[in-house]
Design a protein around this ligand. Sequence first.
Ligand code: 13P
Ligand code: SF4
Length: 319
Amino acid sequence: ADEKAALKDRIRKLLKEREAVLVAHYYVDADLQDLAEETGGCVSDSLEMARFGRDHPAKTLVVAGVRFMGETAKILSPDKTILMPDLDATCSLDLGCPADEFAAFCDAHPDRTVVVYANTSAAVKARADWMVTSSIGLDIVAHLHAQGKKILWAPDRHLGSYIQKKTGADMLLWQGSCIVHDEFKGIELDLLKNEYPHAKILVHPESPASVVAMADVVGSTTQLINAAQTLDATEFIVATDNGIFHKMRMAAPGKTFIEAPTAGNSATCKSCAHCPWMAMNGLRNLAEVLETGKNEVFVDPEIGKKAVRAIDRMLDFAA
Ligand code: 13P
Ligand code: SF4
């Protein structure tokens, strides 16, 4: 406990010295989330992380999350220094969508508007017409569909098919998935719901269709936290990374939050629903990068220039 307190103090001091700001995702360690908030940084979903990083005047952003979040920050602010606690923190969606294979897929379907999820590399974004996050993907595809556009979507197949069903858009889907959300199971969720008949079900749209079908609210991490706060219920079953519970419990004290069951047996697998890459962010490596300036995120400027168009379209749409 003493070591933790000392590390936190060191981080507060180093953030000031470096005039750096901490931008964290809800899935990272609770201590990092608290530090981000307390020091004038932000903790939020991917859309807000991107917007906050772009708009903040600090010269250095420390992104506590996964690689694509650091890259997006760099693409939006090429003149800022972007640091990450661990540059190997990636994402199964990013890994499952290599830029060369993706380019070939796009080449084979030149008649389609290319919409990619934020959870992709800079090179994949450079090939896209639009980037979207889970909080706004549905609205953007609905908008494109209304214009008669046919969509090529990558990489998350569950989010893609959810949006497809909701909008009726013509969408050709890349077959990627998130290793965390893919583990949630509809059958087990149904059994759990029988135990908690009054609970509302909150689901991140990277979850399989059988789970999404049972949801009272489907949304980004920020949208799920807002739902926990505003919905008139006292019990919630939550299908997303369990890092979210820290903020959810703070936002809605007195309410009960239950983890949605994952594959295998939820009784024996207490933290299946936690992203191994988000978990690579800790107090120690955060202090170290602030101390040394190592782990800087670089994006090829040519790729960045192309990728920024897809991200700006989303941010303009969201504004
Ligand atoms: P949000 O944008 O909803 O925070 O999601 C990011 C993510 O990686 C979910 O797994
Ligand atoms: Fe990627 Fe899933 Fe981890 Fe989010 S939770 S960063 S989608 S692997």
